[in-house]
Design a protein around this ligand. Structure first.
Ligand code: ARG
Length: 454
Protein backbone atom coordinates (compact mmCIF):
# COMPACT_ATOMS: atom_id res chain seq x y z
CA UNK A 1 0.00 0.00 0.00
CA UNK A 2 2.87 2.36 0.64
CA UNK A 3 5.40 0.87 -1.82
CA UNK A 4 6.10 4.30 -3.33
CA UNK A 5 7.96 5.44 -0.25
CA UNK A 6 9.40 2.07 0.79
CA UNK A 7 11.89 -0.15 -0.95
CA UNK A 8 12.28 -2.93 1.62
CA UNK A 9 9.88 -5.32 3.29
CA UNK A 10 9.18 -5.05 6.99
CA UNK A 11 11.18 -7.25 9.37
CA UNK A 12 9.39 -10.37 10.52
CA UNK A 13 9.17 -8.94 14.03
CA UNK A 14 7.74 -5.68 12.70
CA UNK A 15 5.13 -7.69 10.87
CA UNK A 16 4.41 -9.77 13.95
CA UNK A 17 3.79 -6.83 16.25
CA UNK A 18 1.96 -4.77 13.65
CA UNK A 19 -0.47 -7.26 12.18
CA UNK A 20 -4.05 -7.11 13.41
CA UNK A 21 -6.01 -9.17 10.90
CA UNK A 22 -6.11 -12.05 13.38
CA UNK A 23 -8.56 -10.09 15.50
CA UNK A 24 -9.87 -7.17 13.45
CA UNK A 25 -11.37 -9.57 10.92
CA UNK A 26 -14.30 -9.42 13.28
CA UNK A 27 -14.90 -5.93 11.90
CA UNK A 28 -15.35 -7.23 8.35
CA UNK A 29 -19.10 -6.58 8.25
CA UNK A 30 -18.72 -3.07 9.60
CA UNK A 31 -15.84 -2.37 7.22
CA UNK A 32 -17.96 -3.34 4.22
CA UNK A 33 -20.89 -1.24 5.44
CA UNK A 34 -18.59 1.77 5.85
CA UNK A 35 -17.05 1.27 2.41
CA UNK A 36 -20.46 1.01 0.77
CA UNK A 37 -21.64 4.25 2.37
CA UNK A 38 -18.38 5.97 1.44
CA UNK A 39 -18.53 4.77 -2.20
CA UNK A 40 -22.15 5.86 -2.53
CA UNK A 41 -21.21 9.30 -1.16
CA UNK A 42 -18.23 9.65 -3.52
CA UNK A 43 -20.56 8.91 -6.42
CA UNK A 44 -23.29 11.29 -5.23
CA UNK A 45 -20.74 14.08 -4.85
CA UNK A 46 -19.25 13.44 -8.29
CA UNK A 47 -15.89 12.57 -6.72
CA UNK A 48 -15.85 9.23 -8.55
CA UNK A 49 -17.83 8.26 -11.63
CA UNK A 50 -21.03 6.20 -11.50
CA UNK A 51 -19.33 3.36 -13.37
CA UNK A 52 -16.45 3.23 -10.90
CA UNK A 53 -18.86 3.36 -7.97
CA UNK A 54 -20.87 0.54 -9.52
CA UNK A 55 -17.76 -1.58 -10.00
CA UNK A 56 -16.68 -0.93 -6.41
CA UNK A 57 -20.10 -1.76 -4.96
CA UNK A 58 -20.32 -4.95 -7.03
CA UNK A 59 -16.85 -5.91 -5.86
CA UNK A 60 -17.81 -5.29 -2.23
CA UNK A 61 -20.85 -7.54 -2.70
CA UNK A 62 -18.58 -10.26 -4.08
CA UNK A 63 -16.30 -9.88 -1.06
CA UNK A 64 -19.25 -10.19 1.27
CA UNK A 65 -20.24 -13.36 -0.59
CA UNK A 66 -16.75 -14.75 -0.09
CA UNK A 67 -16.86 -13.92 3.60
CA UNK A 68 -20.24 -15.56 4.08
CA UNK A 69 -18.97 -18.65 2.27
CA UNK A 70 -15.84 -18.66 4.43
CA UNK A 71 -13.80 -18.28 1.25
CA UNK A 72 -12.37 -14.80 1.78
CA UNK A 73 -8.57 -14.92 1.93
CA UNK A 74 -7.60 -13.12 5.14
CA UNK A 75 -3.87 -12.45 4.65
CA UNK A 76 -1.34 -11.31 7.19
CA UNK A 77 0.74 -9.44 4.62
CA UNK A 78 -2.14 -6.98 4.29
CA UNK A 79 -1.94 -6.24 8.01
CA UNK A 80 -5.53 -5.38 8.89
CA UNK A 81 -9.12 -5.80 7.76
CA UNK A 82 -9.15 -2.50 5.87
CA UNK A 83 -6.21 -3.35 3.65
CA UNK A 84 -7.33 -6.93 3.24
CA UNK A 85 -10.63 -5.74 1.82
CA UNK A 86 -9.00 -3.16 -0.41
CA UNK A 87 -6.41 -5.62 -1.70
CA UNK A 88 -9.04 -8.21 -2.47
CA UNK A 89 -11.18 -5.57 -4.18
CA UNK A 90 -8.24 -4.76 -6.44
CA UNK A 91 -7.87 -8.44 -7.32
CA UNK A 92 -11.56 -8.64 -8.16
CA UNK A 93 -12.15 -5.37 -10.03
CA UNK A 94 -8.70 -4.08 -10.92
CA UNK A 95 -7.23 -0.57 -10.42
CA UNK A 96 -10.67 1.06 -9.96
CA UNK A 97 -10.52 -0.36 -6.42
CA UNK A 98 -7.91 2.27 -5.70
CA UNK A 99 -10.53 5.03 -6.00
CA UNK A 100 -12.44 3.80 -2.92
CA UNK A 101 -9.87 5.25 -0.55
CA UNK A 102 -10.31 8.78 -1.94
CA UNK A 103 -11.04 11.21 0.92
CA UNK A 104 -10.63 8.46 3.47
CA UNK A 105 -7.94 7.16 5.80
CA UNK A 106 -7.66 3.98 7.81
CA UNK A 107 -7.86 6.28 10.80
CA UNK A 108 -11.45 7.32 10.23
CA UNK A 109 -12.17 3.90 8.77
CA UNK A 110 -11.16 2.02 11.92
CA UNK A 111 -12.82 4.61 14.15
CA UNK A 112 -16.01 3.99 12.20
CA UNK A 113 -15.78 0.19 12.12
CA UNK A 114 -15.08 -0.08 15.81
CA UNK A 115 -17.83 2.37 16.71
CA UNK A 116 -20.32 0.41 14.61
CA UNK A 117 -19.21 -2.81 16.30
CA UNK A 118 -19.55 -1.40 19.81
CA UNK A 119 -22.93 0.10 18.92
CA UNK A 120 -24.15 -3.32 17.81
CA UNK A 121 -22.71 -4.93 20.94
CA UNK A 122 -24.65 -2.43 23.06
CA UNK A 123 -27.84 -3.22 21.16
CA UNK A 124 -27.30 -6.97 21.56
CA UNK A 125 -26.63 -6.52 25.26
CA UNK A 126 -29.85 -4.59 25.73
CA UNK A 127 -31.80 -7.37 24.01
CA UNK A 128 -30.12 -10.09 26.05
CA UNK A 129 -30.57 -8.23 29.33
CA UNK A 130 -34.26 -7.84 28.53
CA UNK A 131 -34.52 -11.58 27.90
CA UNK A 132 -32.87 -12.18 31.26
CA UNK A 133 -35.34 -9.79 32.88
CA UNK A 134 -38.21 -11.74 31.31
CA UNK A 135 -36.85 -15.00 32.70
CA UNK A 136 -36.58 -13.40 36.15
CA UNK A 137 -40.09 -11.96 35.85
CA UNK A 138 -41.59 -15.35 35.01
CA UNK A 139 -39.85 -16.98 37.98
CA UNK A 140 -40.83 -14.09 40.27
CA UNK A 141 -44.45 -14.35 39.22
CA UNK A 142 -44.50 -18.07 40.00
CA UNK A 143 -43.00 -17.33 43.41
CA UNK A 144 -44.56 -14.05 44.47
CA UNK A 145 -45.69 -15.74 47.73
CA UNK A 146 -42.80 -18.16 48.23
CA UNK A 147 -41.24 -17.23 51.55
CA UNK A 148 -37.51 -17.04 52.10
CA UNK A 149 -35.28 -15.34 54.61
CA UNK A 150 -34.18 -11.85 53.72
CA UNK A 151 -30.60 -11.22 54.76
CA UNK A 152 -28.46 -8.34 55.86
CA UNK A 153 -24.81 -9.20 56.58
CA UNK A 154 -25.90 -12.66 55.31
CA UNK A 155 -27.64 -13.04 58.69
CA UNK A 156 -31.39 -13.67 58.92
CA UNK A 157 -33.03 -10.27 58.86
CA UNK A 158 -36.72 -10.30 57.91
CA UNK A 159 -38.81 -12.71 55.88
CA UNK A 160 -39.18 -11.77 52.21
CA UNK A 161 -40.59 -13.56 49.21
CA UNK A 162 -38.48 -15.24 46.56
CA UNK A 163 -40.36 -13.24 43.95
CA UNK A 164 -39.36 -10.02 45.69
CA UNK A 165 -35.72 -11.10 45.78
CA UNK A 166 -35.70 -11.94 42.06
CA UNK A 167 -37.39 -8.65 41.21
CA UNK A 168 -34.46 -6.81 42.80
CA UNK A 169 -32.34 -8.19 39.96
CA UNK A 170 -34.95 -7.17 37.39
CA UNK A 171 -34.42 -3.61 38.60
CA UNK A 172 -30.62 -3.92 38.40
CA UNK A 173 -30.58 -5.43 34.92
CA UNK A 174 -33.08 -2.77 33.85
CA UNK A 175 -30.59 -0.07 34.84
CA UNK A 176 -27.82 -2.00 33.07
CA UNK A 177 -29.85 -2.10 29.87
CA UNK A 178 -30.55 1.62 30.14
CA UNK A 179 -26.83 2.33 30.61
CA UNK A 180 -26.14 0.57 27.31
CA UNK A 181 -28.96 2.51 25.68
CA UNK A 182 -27.56 5.80 27.00
CA UNK A 183 -24.05 4.92 25.82
CA UNK A 184 -25.42 4.05 22.40
CA UNK A 185 -27.17 7.38 22.15
CA UNK A 186 -23.98 9.29 22.95
CA UNK A 187 -21.76 7.25 20.60
CA UNK A 188 -24.16 7.57 17.70
CA UNK A 189 -22.20 10.15 15.72
CA UNK A 190 -20.15 9.28 12.67
CA UNK A 191 -16.36 9.69 12.51
CA UNK A 192 -16.28 8.90 8.78
CA UNK A 193 -14.93 11.74 6.70
CA UNK A 194 -12.45 12.89 9.32
CA UNK A 195 -9.94 11.20 7.01
CA UNK A 196 -6.43 10.98 8.52
CA UNK A 197 -7.12 13.70 11.11
CA UNK A 198 -7.75 17.07 9.46
CA UNK A 199 -10.74 16.39 7.23
CA UNK A 200 -10.72 16.27 3.43
CA UNK A 201 -10.06 18.61 0.54
CA UNK A 202 -12.68 16.78 -1.52
CA UNK A 203 -16.31 17.97 -1.41
CA UNK A 204 -17.46 15.05 0.74
CA UNK A 205 -20.88 14.87 2.39
CA UNK A 206 -20.41 13.61 5.94
CA UNK A 207 -24.08 14.06 6.75
CA UNK A 208 -24.94 11.64 3.96
CA UNK A 209 -22.61 8.88 5.16
CA UNK A 210 -23.71 9.47 8.77
CA UNK A 211 -27.36 8.98 7.79
CA UNK A 212 -26.52 5.95 5.62
CA UNK A 213 -24.90 4.26 8.60
CA UNK A 214 -27.68 5.09 11.06
CA UNK A 215 -25.87 7.88 12.93
CA UNK A 216 -27.62 11.04 14.15
CA UNK A 217 -24.94 13.26 12.64
CA UNK A 218 -21.23 13.46 11.82
CA UNK A 219 -18.81 14.10 14.69
CA UNK A 220 -18.09 17.80 14.91
CA UNK A 221 -14.30 17.72 15.09
CA UNK A 222 -12.16 15.62 12.78
CA UNK A 223 -9.29 15.34 15.30
CA UNK A 224 -11.68 14.10 17.94
CA UNK A 225 -13.35 11.75 15.46
CA UNK A 226 -10.17 9.74 14.83
CA UNK A 227 -8.89 9.92 18.43
CA UNK A 228 -11.99 9.22 20.48
CA UNK A 229 -12.43 5.84 22.10
CA UNK A 230 -14.49 6.99 25.05
CA UNK A 231 -17.50 5.39 23.41
CA UNK A 232 -15.82 2.03 23.97
CA UNK A 233 -14.77 2.97 27.50
CA UNK A 234 -18.34 3.92 28.29
CA UNK A 235 -19.70 0.67 26.86
CA UNK A 236 -17.10 -1.26 28.84
CA UNK A 237 -18.07 0.62 32.00
CA UNK A 238 -21.67 -0.37 31.44
CA UNK A 239 -20.52 -3.93 30.77
CA UNK A 240 -18.46 -3.94 33.98
CA UNK A 241 -21.39 -2.80 36.09
CA UNK A 242 -23.70 -5.34 34.47
CA UNK A 243 -21.11 -8.06 35.10
CA UNK A 244 -20.98 -7.02 38.73
CA UNK A 245 -24.72 -7.53 39.00
CA UNK A 246 -24.45 -10.88 37.26
CA UNK A 247 -21.75 -11.97 39.66
CA UNK A 248 -23.92 -11.11 42.65
CA UNK A 249 -26.79 -13.23 41.41
CA UNK A 250 -24.33 -15.97 40.46
CA UNK A 251 -22.93 -15.93 43.99
CA UNK A 252 -26.42 -16.21 45.48
CA UNK A 253 -27.17 -19.17 43.24
CA UNK A 254 -23.97 -20.83 44.44
CA UNK A 255 -24.97 -20.23 48.07
CA UNK A 256 -28.59 -21.32 47.58
CA UNK A 257 -27.40 -24.51 45.86
CA UNK A 258 -25.30 -25.73 48.78
CA UNK A 259 -26.87 -28.65 50.66
CA UNK A 260 -26.54 -26.51 53.81
CA UNK A 261 -28.89 -23.86 52.37
CA UNK A 262 -30.74 -26.17 49.99
CA UNK A 263 -32.93 -23.29 48.76
CA UNK A 264 -32.86 -24.18 45.08
CA UNK A 265 -32.24 -27.01 42.68
CA UNK A 266 -30.73 -26.72 39.23
CA UNK A 267 -31.40 -29.47 36.72
CA UNK A 268 -28.71 -31.60 35.11
CA UNK A 269 -28.77 -29.13 32.23
CA UNK A 270 -27.11 -26.42 34.33
CA UNK A 271 -24.89 -28.42 36.67
CA UNK A 272 -21.84 -30.62 36.37
CA UNK A 273 -20.71 -33.65 38.32
CA UNK A 274 -17.47 -34.51 40.03
CA UNK A 275 -15.02 -37.04 38.65
CA UNK A 276 -14.41 -38.41 42.14
CA UNK A 277 -17.35 -37.50 44.40
CA UNK A 278 -20.47 -39.20 43.05
CA UNK A 279 -22.88 -37.12 45.16
CA UNK A 280 -21.83 -33.76 43.68
CA UNK A 281 -23.89 -31.43 41.55
CA UNK A 282 -21.88 -28.30 40.98
CA UNK A 283 -23.18 -24.91 39.82
CA UNK A 284 -20.26 -24.34 37.41
CA UNK A 285 -22.14 -21.93 35.18
CA UNK A 286 -22.86 -19.68 38.15
CA UNK A 287 -19.24 -19.85 39.25
CA UNK A 288 -18.00 -18.97 35.77
CA UNK A 289 -20.38 -16.03 35.54
CA UNK A 290 -19.15 -14.92 38.96
CA UNK A 291 -15.61 -15.00 37.54
CA UNK A 292 -16.20 -13.40 34.12
CA UNK A 293 -16.50 -9.99 35.71
CA UNK A 294 -12.70 -10.19 35.98
CA UNK A 295 -12.31 -10.25 32.22
CA UNK A 296 -14.83 -7.52 31.65
CA UNK A 297 -13.37 -5.21 34.23
CA UNK A 298 -9.90 -6.14 32.97
CA UNK A 299 -10.93 -4.95 29.52
CA UNK A 300 -12.08 -1.61 30.88
CA UNK A 301 -8.82 -1.19 32.78
CA UNK A 302 -6.78 -2.27 29.77
CA UNK A 303 -8.38 0.18 27.34
CA UNK A 304 -8.36 2.99 29.89
CA UNK A 305 -4.61 2.59 30.23
CA UNK A 306 -4.12 2.39 26.46
CA UNK A 307 -5.92 5.70 26.05
CA UNK A 308 -4.41 7.48 29.02
CA UNK A 309 -1.93 10.16 28.02
CA UNK A 310 -2.24 9.53 24.26
CA UNK A 311 -1.58 12.75 22.33
CA UNK A 312 -4.00 13.67 19.54
CA UNK A 313 -4.79 12.41 17.03
CA UNK A 314 -4.42 8.74 15.99
CA UNK A 315 -1.67 6.56 17.47
CA UNK A 316 -1.08 2.91 16.71
CA UNK A 317 -1.60 2.27 20.41
CA UNK A 318 -5.28 2.46 19.55
CA UNK A 319 -5.09 -0.78 17.60
CA UNK A 320 -5.02 -2.34 21.07
CA UNK A 321 -8.61 -1.18 21.65
CA UNK A 322 -10.33 -4.07 19.94
CA UNK A 323 -9.30 -7.25 21.73
CA UNK A 324 -10.44 -6.02 25.16
CA UNK A 325 -13.80 -4.95 23.78
CA UNK A 326 -14.30 -8.23 21.90
CA UNK A 327 -13.34 -10.26 24.95
CA UNK A 328 -15.48 -8.25 27.31
CA UNK A 329 -18.62 -8.45 25.20
CA UNK A 330 -18.06 -12.14 24.45
CA UNK A 331 -17.84 -12.78 28.18
CA UNK A 332 -20.79 -10.56 29.02
CA UNK A 333 -23.07 -11.94 26.35
CA UNK A 334 -22.35 -15.54 27.26
CA UNK A 335 -22.88 -14.72 30.93
CA UNK A 336 -26.24 -13.03 30.36
CA UNK A 337 -27.47 -15.89 28.19
CA UNK A 338 -26.29 -18.55 30.63
CA UNK A 339 -27.81 -16.65 33.54
CA UNK A 340 -31.17 -16.46 31.78
CA UNK A 341 -30.97 -20.21 31.19
CA UNK A 342 -30.16 -20.88 34.83
CA UNK A 343 -32.91 -18.61 36.13
CA UNK A 344 -35.51 -20.42 34.03
CA UNK A 345 -34.08 -23.75 35.11
CA UNK A 346 -33.88 -23.25 38.86
CA UNK A 347 -36.63 -24.46 41.18
CA UNK A 348 -36.87 -23.36 44.78
CA UNK A 349 -37.41 -25.82 47.62
CA UNK A 350 -40.36 -24.02 49.20
CA UNK A 351 -40.37 -26.01 52.43
CA UNK A 352 -36.71 -25.39 53.15
CA UNK A 353 -37.00 -21.74 52.25
CA UNK A 354 -40.10 -21.25 54.42
CA UNK A 355 -38.46 -22.99 57.37
CA UNK A 356 -35.39 -20.81 56.99
CA UNK A 357 -37.59 -17.73 56.67
CA UNK A 358 -38.79 -18.24 60.24
CA UNK A 359 -35.41 -19.11 61.71
CA UNK A 360 -33.10 -16.66 63.47
CA UNK A 361 -35.94 -14.68 65.12
CA UNK A 362 -36.69 -13.12 61.77
CA UNK A 363 -40.02 -11.67 62.95
CA UNK A 364 -38.53 -9.75 65.86
CA UNK A 365 -39.12 -6.46 64.03
CA UNK A 366 -42.78 -7.44 63.68
CA UNK A 367 -43.03 -7.88 67.45
CA UNK A 368 -41.47 -4.46 67.98
CA UNK A 369 -43.78 -2.89 65.37
CA UNK A 370 -46.80 -4.52 67.14
CA UNK A 371 -45.74 -2.95 70.44
CA UNK A 372 -45.51 0.46 68.78
CA UNK A 373 -48.78 0.11 66.86
CA UNK A 374 -50.92 -1.54 69.54
CA UNK A 375 -49.52 -0.21 72.79
CA UNK A 376 -48.20 3.13 71.59
CA UNK A 377 -44.70 2.40 72.95
CA UNK A 378 -41.87 4.45 71.36
CA UNK A 379 -39.94 2.31 68.84
CA UNK A 380 -36.65 2.49 70.76
CA UNK A 381 -38.33 1.04 73.85
CA UNK A 382 -40.17 -1.57 71.79
CA UNK A 383 -36.81 -2.56 70.29
CA UNK A 384 -35.47 -3.08 73.83
CA UNK A 385 -38.46 -5.21 74.98
CA UNK A 386 -38.20 -7.30 71.80
CA UNK A 387 -34.48 -7.78 72.30
CA UNK A 388 -35.24 -9.17 75.76
CA UNK A 389 -37.88 -11.48 74.27
CA UNK A 390 -35.36 -12.81 71.73
CA UNK A 391 -32.85 -13.37 74.51
CA UNK A 392 -35.47 -15.29 76.52
CA UNK A 393 -36.48 -17.40 73.49
CA UNK A 394 -32.83 -18.21 72.90
CA UNK A 395 -32.43 -19.32 76.54
CA UNK A 396 -35.47 -21.57 76.21
CA UNK A 397 -34.37 -22.86 72.81
CA UNK A 398 -37.61 -21.85 71.03
CA UNK A 399 -38.57 -19.63 68.11
CA UNK A 400 -40.30 -16.35 68.74
CA UNK A 401 -43.84 -17.60 67.82
CA UNK A 402 -43.38 -20.49 70.33
CA UNK A 403 -42.55 -18.21 73.27
CA UNK A 404 -45.36 -18.45 75.88
CA UNK A 405 -47.60 -15.42 76.43
CA UNK A 406 -46.60 -15.43 80.12
CA UNK A 407 -42.96 -15.01 79.09
CA UNK A 408 -43.83 -12.05 76.88
CA UNK A 409 -46.04 -10.54 79.58
CA UNK A 410 -43.23 -10.76 82.10
CA UNK A 411 -41.40 -8.31 79.84
CA UNK A 412 -44.40 -6.12 79.00
CA UNK A 413 -47.63 -6.93 80.88
CA UNK A 414 -49.92 -5.29 78.29
CA UNK A 415 -49.01 -7.81 75.54
CA UNK A 416 -52.06 -9.91 74.46
CA UNK A 417 -52.60 -13.08 72.43
CA UNK A 418 -53.15 -10.90 69.37
CA UNK A 419 -49.36 -10.48 69.10
CA UNK A 420 -48.97 -14.02 67.73
CA UNK A 421 -50.84 -13.03 64.57
CA UNK A 422 -47.81 -10.98 63.46
CA UNK A 423 -45.07 -13.42 64.40
CA UNK A 424 -45.30 -15.89 61.49
CA UNK A 425 -43.07 -15.30 58.45
CA UNK A 426 -46.11 -15.23 56.15
CA UNK A 427 -47.84 -12.54 58.21
CA UNK A 428 -44.59 -10.63 58.45
CA UNK A 429 -44.09 -10.58 54.69
CA UNK A 430 -47.75 -9.84 53.95
CA UNK A 431 -47.67 -6.82 56.26
CA UNK A 432 -44.90 -5.04 54.31
CA UNK A 433 -47.27 -3.33 51.92
CA UNK A 434 -45.27 -0.13 51.47
CA UNK A 435 -44.41 0.69 47.82
CA UNK A 436 -41.67 -1.68 46.68
CA UNK A 437 -42.06 -3.80 49.82
CA UNK A 438 -42.06 -7.57 50.07
CA UNK A 439 -45.82 -8.16 50.51
CA UNK A 440 -46.92 -10.52 47.72
CA UNK A 441 -49.47 -7.93 46.58
CA UNK A 442 -46.69 -5.35 46.20
CA UNK A 443 -44.43 -7.81 44.42
CA UNK A 444 -47.25 -8.59 41.98
CA UNK A 445 -47.74 -4.88 41.37
CA UNK A 446 -44.03 -4.53 40.51
CA UNK A 447 -44.19 -7.58 38.24
CA UNK A 448 -47.16 -6.03 36.41
CA UNK A 449 -45.29 -2.72 36.04
CA UNK A 450 -42.24 -4.45 34.54
CA UNK A 451 -44.32 -6.63 32.24
CA UNK A 452 -45.81 -3.47 30.87
CA UNK A 453 -42.37 -1.87 30.39
CA UNK A 454 -40.82 -4.92 28.75
N1 ARG B 1 -5.26 -1.52 12.16
C1 ARG B 1 -5.33 -0.15 12.59
C2 ARG B 1 -6.05 -0.04 13.94
O1 ARG B 1 -6.68 -0.97 14.29
C3 ARG B 1 -6.04 0.65 11.56
C4 ARG B 1 -5.63 2.07 11.49
C5 ARG B 1 -4.23 2.17 11.07
N2 ARG B 1 -3.89 3.53 10.74
C6 ARG B 1 -2.62 3.88 10.55
N3 ARG B 1 -2.40 5.09 10.25
N4 ARG B 1 -1.66 3.02 10.67
O2 ARG B 1 -5.99 0.96 14.60
Amino acid sequence: MWGGRFSEKPADLMQAINVSIGFDRRLAGQDLAGSRAHAAMLRKQGIISSEDAEAILTGLDAIEGEMTAGAFPFREEYEDIHMNVEARLAELIGPTAGRLHTARSRNDQVALDFRLWVREACDRSVGQLKALQRALLAKAEAHADTLMPGFTHLQSAQPVTFGHHLMAYVEMFGRDASRFADARERMNESPLGAAALAGSSFPIDRHFTAAELGFHEPMGNSLDAVSARDFALEALSAASIASTHLSRLAEEIVIWMTPQFGFIKLSDAFTTGSSIMPQKKNPDAAELIRAKVGRVFGALTSLTIVMKGLPLAYGKDMQEDKVPAFEAFDALELSVLAMAGMVSDLEPNKEKMAAAAGAGYSTATDLADWLVRTLGIPFREAHHVTGAAVKRAEELGVDLPALALSELQSLEPRITLDVYSVLTPAASAASRMSYGGTAPAQVRAQIARWKEML
